[in-house]
Design a protein around this ligand. Structure first.
Ligand code: FPP
Length: 273
């Protein structure tokens, strides 16, 4: 992952793309028109991300709670995700994005699963941006499944558990903890998104609806992020808590040598480290 900002580690930015429905309704359009317009915003942020120093971008496209929506909206969203992925694929490849999916796949339509597999394979060599799409994703579900399969008597270390959790999420590509969580649409909540990975995330909210969101907004969020002082429980500007390289979420240990930089505190998705 290459940051274009010399001296900076590539960031992991996660986005809760909210406000599609309201954007459409306010224009007298069906809600699905908002989701369709939302694909344009996905394109804009994916294009802009590497030049803003983002190495990993995780987008919340469909939560496990979204199954509660009317069947016609769910069906339209599934079809849109399938078509949207196919339509954007060339741009993702040309932009050097590597796409992986987190969340449950077993409840997704077969045709969407095929489109996801294809997109993952076709972008496997992308090295400018790790683009993660969260689909049928619930953080609590992921954590509960990780806990259920956690071997009894294993050392209760957040470091090891984070690694175990990450393995279950799928994707096969190493990633880092979330640095910045963005939510559009004026709501200020986490909605069961990346609860573990956001342990040290900075939060940034905007009233803009997702279909209106673009490179300038992402740049503003990153600008504010870079002005914030991250203390990680210490006093004054601090690096993340030290942890063994290649393991999960950082665990505070007594300081010894200089702790690793943010980029060296990976949260591997699958079997790495
Ligand atoms: C939330 O807005 C948005 C969604 C549930 C869907 C987001 C999906 C996309 C933008 C398509 C992504 C496409 C690709 C190719 C990755 P909402 O409907 O909850 O808005 P509301 O709060 O105004 O009702």
């Amino acid at each position: 992952m290459q940051s274009t900002l010399p001296g900076d580690d590539p960031l992991h930015v996660a986005i809760i793309m909210d406000g599609n429905g309201r954007w459409a309704t306010r224009r007298g359009l069906p809600r699905v028109a908002g989701h369709r317009a939302g694909v344009g915003a996905v394109r804009r942020v994916v294009q802009a991300a590497p030049d803003l120093g983002i190495g990993t971008l995780t987008l919340f496209a469909f939560s496990s709670d979204n199954w509660r929506r009317p069947a016609d909206e769910v069906g339209a969203l599934m079809l849109l995700l399938q078509k949207g992925l196919r339509a954007e694929l060339r741009g993702f490849i040309e932009g050097g994005a590597r796409l992986t999916v987190i969340g449950r796949r077993d409840r997704l339509p077969e045709s969407l699963r095929r489109a996801l597999d294809h997109a993952e394979q076709a972008t496997a060599h992308g090295n400018r941006l790790h683009l993660r799409i969260a689909l049928d994703y619930s953080s609590r579900d992921a954590i509960a499944r990780a806990a259920a399969s956690w071997k009894a008597g294993t050392q209760p270390s957040p470091d090891l558990f984070g690694h175990h959790l990450a393995k279950l999420l799928g994707g096969g590509v190493e990633t880092t903890n979330v640095d910045l969580l963005v939510r559009t649409g004026g709501e200020m909540r986490l909605s069961d998104f990346l609860l573990w990975e956001c342990a040290y995330a900075e939060l940034w909210f905007t009233d803009k609806m997702w279909p209106e969101f673009g490179a300038k907004d992402l740049s503003a969020a990153i600008g504010e992020f870079r002005r914030r002082e991250r203390r990680f429980g210490g006093i004054g500007a601090n690096p993340p808590p030290p942890c063994r390289q290649g393991s999960g979420v950082g665990v505070a240990e007594p300081p010894a040598a200089r702790p690793p930089s943010r980029a060296q505190v990976p949260l591997p998705l699958v079997g790495s480290g």
